[in-house]
Design a protein around this ligand. Structure first.
Ligand SMILES: [Ca+2]
Length: 235
């Protein structure tokens, strides 16, 4: 069983890393195309985004690495055999005296075959049907300035198929809303020939991960308040 878990984790990491190069060319902003509440593209007056449903994946405030949403799983660092990655929980004391806990990953991506890179991820079993109830992910992130790839692994074809979105980091916390429509995939022809829809794939999500495959990059990122949300534009 232990061997299987390691193997599966390696597959997920491998799949994630295979995709990073493509994400570097993707420059969609965090809020995606404006639509109105009926789902119609409306660049003149997108209105305000209003979140009408949400599912907390994890805010880390319980102080453990088990996601609030998925207690059968655990956050874990991943890396190829040459790179380095160390995850930890960090605590902030807020002005109110309360504490906020978030997840930190420190890493060095070293050159190594076949797919150098690091990741922080959780795996879901059984698969999760996020697309049927939600249309975006919200989270808070800060980091050392590198581009991080947010990945939803899906099992519609094989167990390491991925949908990805790039996240830019800076030293300041950023609150991001990433619509599912901003996620891209390029693995299999079925994704683009119309035989398999985004909904098909994102209703079979088996992992969520944050990764970096930029060889030579040494840095860190911190994440908090990860939620699946459903938003509409309201005018
Ligand atoms: Ca938190």
């Amino acid at each position: 069983m232990y061997i299987y878990i390691i193997y599966r984790r390696y597959l997920l990491l491998l799949a994630g890393l295979m995709f990073l190069a493509g994400c570097a060319k993707h420059s969609t902003g965090p809020f995606g195309p404006p639509i109105d509440s009926a789902g119609t593209t409306n660049p003149e007056n997108p209105g305000n985004k209003v979140i009408i449903a949400e599912l907390l994946i994890d805010d880390f405030n319980d102080g453990d690495m088990i996601p609030v949403f998925f207690e059968a799983g655990s956050w874990s660092e991943g890396r190829d055999m040459f790179s380095e990655a160390y995850d930890s929980l960090q605590t902030n004391v807020l002005p109110s005296g309360q504490t906020n806990i978030y997840l930190r990953l420190e890493y060095t991506v070293k050159d190594g075959e076949p797919y150098p890179g690091i990741s922080e991820s959780i795996s879901f079993s059984p698969d999760q049907a996020f697309y049927s109830e939600y249309n975006a992910i919200t989270l808070r992130i800060r980091g050392s300035g590198s581009q991080i790839s947010l990945s939803l692994g899906t099992s519609i074809y094989v167990d390491y198929d991925n949908y990805k979105a790039p996240l830019l980091t800076s030293g300041e916390w950023a609150e991001l809303l990433i619509p599912f429509d901003d996620f891209t995939t390029s693995y299999f022809p079925g994704h683009t020939d119309g035989t398999v829809t985004r909904a098909d794939c994102l209703n079979k999500v088996n992992s969520l991960s944050f990764g970096n495959g930029n060889v030579g990059d040494t840095g860190w990122f911190e994440i908090d308040d990860i939620r699946m949300v459903k938003f509409i534009y309201k005018r």
